[in-house]
Ligand binder design. Structure first.
Ligand code: AMP
Ligand code: ZN
Length: 485
């Protein structure tokens, strides 16, 4: 697989730290409002990346934080506290707001067929971890106390601007609008690790710390939460382009200062969805949410298709005309698939060839538009209907468009569908030890689950384990049969 790496500004061959395994982290939402469909473009593309990695045989572990504390409305440690702002607006407590909008976020994700990451951790769960990291940064001389807050000292780094050649002024987007300069900072890009001296008298969430009662800065949460679950070496870190500076730059600064070595190898940034007037925001113009699209009669998966039609590294302009076009395309495509005559056997060898082709073509820097083209190529090919349907079903694990749903219930099945479905696990040579049977059945179920997740390496490993125990598995159209080897 190849992905564009914002650190090197090149499309690179993806090589994980541990062969076959991928540690992946996604900056999660700030839960003070509904997500707009721009935010969701980022999560959609990250979902495609994760599924593509699984499709290509990697064992992926993905972690996401939920920002429920400490994110100010300007990324540069000034402005209002976003969570407090949401709570005031709705006359609720900060925790009520966080719960409500976290649930709303995952409901939107479900509608868009975005898989929930393996680990989802709210920032408020990890205060001891934040305090520990800040203590280490102070001990190592990368942080200082001033005006009762703790700051990261960016002058201690040889290369703070890891993402590059942008000049400082360009990078100061978050700061430009600000009226107040924090006079405690030694360097203008130093950032807060822990606030005790808050300008918000009514700051709702506060914790005891070695520096007094207060709350963490925003950036520290992603460094700590990722390390808590993925360790000190990460493969891919994702977010929208606006996160590059200062958020990801600061994450790298503090994580590498803490760990004493390089932290994450690949940085995956999704470009913005804009409306016709420019950047989409939660406060300006029509607030575009998944629910709003539904109210207007659109299937949320039409929006998913709309985003897949363009490349994640290009800005995308949202218009209802473009969405209408996507709706038409979606309907036609699903009808075409539903009308396939699926009688006959699936050609597994051809299916494997198409699988590999998809992995290669879409695996070239997440080329989702080419993935859609491949669906049409399959439909035009001379494969039989059952195989076409099975191949499209296979692709749809990554595309996530529920393309074959309307065809479900008709004859035919997925690639190796009999084997995956586990409808019939046949013990064909009278293994009569019930404990052994239970053990084999359990392993067969684990293997089916691994295949479903496209984790073929694990599926093969399970089969090899059983073989080492003298049990042979055979995939048949009726299910998995097993016998003594
Ligand atoms: P937030 O909830 O504001 O922290 O943003 C959640 C995610 O959405 C982050 O990864 C942002 O970089 C991303 N994001 C924000 N605005 C847009 C946009 N207009 N298009 C695409 N992604 C966005
Ligand atoms: Zn983050």
């Amino acid at each position: 697989m190849k992905i564009y790496n914002s650190l090197t500004k090149k499309v690179e061959e993806f090589v994980p730290n541990v062969p076959g395994k991928v540690n992946m982290y996604t900056c999660g939402p700030t839960v003070y409002h509904f997500a707009h469909i721009g935010n969701l473009r980022s999560y959609l593309m990250e979902d495609v990346l994760e599924k593509l990695l699984r499709f290509s045989g990697y064992d992926v572990k993905r972690v996401m934080n939920i920002t429920d504390v400490g994110h100010l409305s300007s990324d540069a440690d000034t402005g209002e506290d976003k969570m407090l702002k949401g709570a005031k607006r709705e006359h609720k407590t900060v925790m009520e707001i966080a719960k409500f909008y976290t649930d709303a976020f995952f409901a939107d994700c479900a509608k868009l067929n975005i898989k929930t990451p393996d680990v989802v951790e709210p920032a408020t769960n990890c205060i001891p971890e934040f305090i520990h990291m800040i203590e280490v940064l102070l001990e190592k001389g990368y942080a200082y106390k001033a005006g009762e807050n703790v700051y990261f000292d960016t002058s201690k780094l040889d290369n703070y601007y890891v993402f590059g050649n942008q000049n400082e002024e360009e990078l100061m987007v978050g700061v430009r609008d600000d009226v107040t300069e924090d006079e405690n900072k030694r360097n203008k890009n130093d950032f807060v690790l822990w606030f005790t001296k808050s300008k918000f008298e009514d700051q709702a969430l506060k914790w005891d710390s070695p520096w007094g009662v207060g709350y963490p800065g925003w950036h520290i949460e992603c460094s700590c939460i990722s390390m808590k679950h993925l360790g000190e070496y990460m493969d891919i870190h994702c977010g929208g382009v606006d996160n590059m500076f200062p958020h990801h730059t600061n994450e790298i600064a503090q994580s590498e200062a803490f760990a004493g070595h390089k932290w994450c190898n690949y940085w995956f940034h999704v470009h913005h969805l804009n409306d016709e007037t420019g950047k989409m925001s939660k406060s300006k113009g029509e607030f575009l949410t998944v629910s709003l699209l539904e109210e207007k009669g659109y299937d949320p998966l039409v929006y998913r298709l709309f985003t897949l039609q363009s490349h994640y590294r290009k800005p995308l302009v949202f218009t209802y005309d473009a969405l209408d076009q996507a709706a038409k395309t979606y309907k036609k495509l699903k009808n075409k698939i539903a009308s396939l005559d699926c009688a006959g056997d699936v050609d597994e060898a051809a299916g494997k060839e198409w699988h590999d082709k998809f992995a290669e073509v879409v695996g070239n820097d997440v080329n989702t538009a080419m993935g859609l083209t491949l669906v049409y190529d399959v439909l035009k090919s001379d494969l039989n209907g059952a195989t076409k349907r099975a191949v499209i079903d296979d692709f749809d694990y990554v595309l996530g468009l529920k393309l074959t749903e309307a065809a479900d219930g008709k004859a035919g099945g997925g690639l190796g569908a009999g084997a995956d479905s586990g409808t019939f696990n046949g013990n064909v040579d009278g293994i009569d030890d019930p404990d052994l049977v239970a053990h084999i059945e359990e392993k067969i179920a684990e293997r089916a689950a691994a295949k479903k997740e496209k984790n073929f390496a694990l599926a093969d490993e399970i089969r090899a384990q059983l073989l080492a125990e003298g049990i042979v598995l055979e995939d048949t159209r009726e299910g998995v049969k097993y016998h003594k080897g």
